[in-house]
Design a protein around this ligand. Structure first.
Ligand code: NAP
Length: 423
């Protein structure tokens, strides 16, 4: 029997306890629960034998084999994981921030002490992507990870598309349904997905990148009209997290988190509502896609309990073998076709002046799209460009932004190239 101490009895912690207490027989005993001011947390569906405490020191001194850290945030969570490993305990966590920022050091610590540090719940909740890339795809050399890693953004984008509702209305709905926090910054501006992508880069690509170095672009500028144009291009819009080993000898990583047009044929387009999708591309085995619920108490608790089951199968002494990921720099730029949406006060000559700017920046127009029946005072239209770097698009847009016909600031998004696998 593996004895477990649960630290953090919130959404995920309670869901873990329910699975362990209400499900089938398992070789796992939930013996200790720790939470600040724990009196408020005691539930009548807990077995009498459980020890409740507000003092993490009690957990360290206890007979628990595994500490399950579910308090979230960088500190004290990171420090508590370190203390648990030092006390000879294995650790299971769903904490993406700690694993993105200190994961490599903690993994080394765990390996030195022959203890487990498992974190399946930290990336894509209920999708077993960490175990899949570490074990199921260990025989391949992964070159690229593409993902829809934030369920809140995906819920909002699919609502904006299906209901033609604004970003603000989609956010309000997501908050009412419990998919978005009161402060949605980490979700909509990309910080949450950035941490998950840094973990996937380390585990899947074997490249340790500074999470904060992965460039982010928010989904805030996306409007319902963008979905109409995306459809005309055979696409939809997703917040896409992407990391790829660069071809150069140094093996740096090109990475970003941003809204992109993705072809309707891509697995990324099939992430519905709050779902996540992860697509990995291996040098030998090609593309493998995973889809499921990336967040929520129950799906995340399944990942935690699966980690605990894995420890029960192998025993609390973990093998010492651990191959650290190679330190890599982040390069921000992918070449891709680009989608640019303008909202203008219409007058003759606008396309000609845009064409002049694109020409000066060496950018080739692929198509111009304009839906009928919009007012001339705020007329949306779209220009798509042949593959180019986002740096070149941004330089052209700086010049275009100074022109006098804009009713609203232009919006641009890369288009996931159709020729690439996964599209
Ligand atoms: N919820 C999800 O869908 C989801 C999905 C994937 C991963 N995760 C990760 O899972 C972890 C837990 O998330 P959650 O949604 O369960 O969070 P939560 O509902 O906010 O629960 C956190 C619990 O930890 C307690 N806590 C926080 N700081 C503490 C401290 N310093 N000392 C003692 N107790 C403390 C909180 O107590 P109070 O009640 O006093 O605040 C609360 O009971 C996070 O790392 C999160 O990123 C969550």
């Amino acid at each position: 029997m593996i004895r477990i101490a649960l630290v953090g009895f919130g959404t995920v912690g309670r869901a873990v306890a329910r699975i362990l207490w209400e499900g089938e027989e398992r070789p796992l005993t939930l013996a200790h629960i720790c939470n600040r001011r724990v009196e408020r947390k005691i539930v009548d569906w807990a077995p009498d034998a459980v020890a409740w405490t507000s003092d993490f020191g009690d957990v360290l001194r206890s007979d628990a084999d595994v500490v399950v850290e579910l308090i979230g945030g960088l500190e004290p969570a990171g420090d508590w994981i370190r203390q648990a490993l030092e006390a000879g305990k294995s650790v299971v966590t769903a904490n993406k921030q700690v694993m993105a920022h200190a994961g490599a050091d903690l993994m080394r610590m765990a390996a030195e002490r022959q203890r487990h540090l498992l974190f399946e719940g930290a990336v894509a909740g209920g999708i077993p992507i960490i175990r899949a890339v570490r074990e199921g795809l260990a025989g391949d050399r992964l070159r690229r990870v593409l993902g829809v890693l934030n369920g809140t953004c995906n819920y909002m984008l699919t609502r904006m598309e299906a209901g033609q509702v604004s970003f603000d209305d989609a956010l309000r709905e997501a908050q009412e349904r419990g998919y978005a926090e009161a402060d949605p910054t980490a979700d909509v501006d990309g910080g949450d997905a950035q941490a998950k992508l840094a973990i996937l880069s380390a585990v899947g690509l074997g490249r340790k990148v500074a999470a904060g170095a992965i460039p982010l672009r928010s989904i805030r500028p996306v409007e319902p009209v963008d979905f109409n144009y995306a459809r005309r291009l055979g696409c939809t819009i997703r917040q896409v997290s992407r990391a790829e080993v660069s071809p150069g000898a140094r093996g740096d990583v090109t990475a970003s988190v941003q809204p992109m047009l993705v072809p309707l044929t891509s697995p990324l387009a099939r992430a519905e509502g709050s779902q996540n999708v992860v697509v990995v591309d291996g040098s030998h085995g090609g593309e493998t896609a995973f889809r499921g619920f990336g967040a929520g108490g129950d799906p995340t608790a399944v990942a935690i309990v699966s980690d605990l089951e894995a420890i029960a199968r192998t025993g609390v002494a973990a093998p010492r073998s651990w191959r650290p990921p190679a330190a890599a720099r982040v390069e921000p730029d992918f070449e891709a076709p680009q989608y640019l949406r303008f909202v203008i006060v219409d007058r003759p000559g606008i396309i000609a002046s845009l064409a002049g700017v694109f020409w000066r920046h060496g950018l080739n127009i692929d198509s111009v799209l304009q839906e009928p029946d919009w007012p001339k005072s705020a007329l949306p239209f779209v220009v798509t460009l042949e593959p180019c770097s986002s740096r070149a698009v941004q330089a052209a847009l700086t010049e275009i932004g100074a022109l006098d016909f804009h009713a609203r600031a232009p919006v641009w998004m890369p288009i996931l190239p159709r020729g690439e696998r996964s599209s």
